[in-house]
Design a protein around this ligand. Structure first.
Ligand code: GDP
Length: 326
């Protein structure tokens, strides 16, 4: 229901599709498909996907496979569903057999990383998983406090920046932090690397099932900050070979096609294994999600539909398509 109401704007943009198909007849196929393509473009599907969907429909109509507006509508929905699922891979979390599994949450500022991580902790705890949180958003002043609140709400343990280390929160490390990094046998001036390494080490020593690593938001265009994520992945892998098991990128569902460029760049630098699509309860823009999944071949694993504990749901492609094309 929340996804359905979140996609009201997308449905508004696509309402014309129903009108067009209601009066479709074979002679008017080209005009109808042109207008349908326009409606998809306005709804953020992006040119590549919009052309692709319309081309498939045109071929099927010419081949006599689609004979009514209702059949075209069903074929349109099938096409979108297929684009969302055929290349997207496994939508379940892949945690492997080695413990603790490490999940890193990345994305641009304000997308919903910290909130999603809190909600994910709640889901995992409900499944009986022992969760440790790492307050890796060391840049935004209130982020650690925000995650601490989530730790309390979900009854999870948390590793946070502490004492003199905390003085280096805003960016590069103090001498003592660099020395601490040396314990983990890497040389870095990244505070984030340090907090994540400490958390993963504790997770291993204290036999946690999953370590959930928050990270500070960054713009995909800032290469230095993007490089820091590579350093973090390497640092974590030094403690547990093969970690992180999942690198989940949070995409703000209200941002439109801009999310495609963000996803491309994050994936190129850190190798994203799944998306968390947030704020679908807001004025979400559904079309671009199809473009992201189709182009990158990476699945949406969860959707965020609010700020409450239970507002993270597994991605359901069919419900998603039904919410866009009722
Ligand atoms: P971060 O900077 O990426 O860690 O983003 P935050 O987790 O701090 O989230 C930014 C804002 O978005 C906060 O006000 C959150 O409560 C809100 N938010 C996050 N996810 C959702 C969601 O699924 N739905 C709604 N409505 N708000 C969300």
């Amino acid at each position: 229901e929340k996804i359905f109401s979140g996609f009201s704007k997308t449905r508004e943009n696509l309402a014309v599709v129903d009108e067009l198909l209601l009066y479709w007849n074979l002679e008017e196929t080209d005009r109808v498909l042109d207008e349908l393509e326009e409606a998809l473009l306005v709804s953020d599907f992006g040119p590549k996907i919009s052309f692709k969907i319309v081309d498939i429909l045109r071929d099927d109509i010419k081949a006599g496979k689609l004979k009514s507006g209702a059949e075209i509508k069903e074929a349109l929905k099938r096409s979108v569903l297929q684009l969302l699922t055929s290349k997207g891979g496994n939508t379940e979390l892949q945690l492997g057999s080695r413990k603790p599994a490490v999940i890193m949450v990345v994305g641009v500022n304000g997308g919903g990383k910290t909130t999603s991580l809190g909600k994910l902790a709640h889901r995992l705890k409900n499944e009986g998983v022992k969760v440790l949180m790492a307050a890796g958003d060391t840049f935004r002043a209130a982020a650690s406090d925000q995650l601490e609140v989530w730790a309390e709400r979900t009854g999870s343990e948390i590793v946070m920046a502490e004492g003199e280390n905390a003085s280096a929160k805003s960016g590069t490390l103090t001498e003592s932090c660099i020395n601490t990094c040396a314990i983990f046998s890497f040389k870095s001036d990244s505070y984030l690397c340090l907090v994540l390494s400490q958390a993963v080490k504790r997770g291993k020593e204290e036999k946690y099932d999953v370590v959930l690593c928050d990270t500070s938001g960054r713009l995909h265009t800032n290469y230095k900050l993007m490089e820091e994520l590579i350093a973090c992945k390497k640092a974590v892998a030094r403690v547990i070979p093969g970690a992180p098991n999942e690198t989940l990128m949070v995409l703000d569902g209200t941002t439109g096609l801009n999310m495609l460029q963000q996803a491309r760049e994050f994936n190129e630098v850190v190798g994203v294994t799944g998306f968390i699509l947030t704020k679908l309860d807001g004025t979400a823009r559904g079309g671009c999600v199809v473009s992201v999944v189709e182009e990158l071949g990476i699945p949406v694993k969860f959707v965020g539909v609010g700020e409450g504990l239970d507002d993270l749901q597994p991605f359901d492609a069919e419900a998603f398509v039904d919410a866009i094309f009722p």
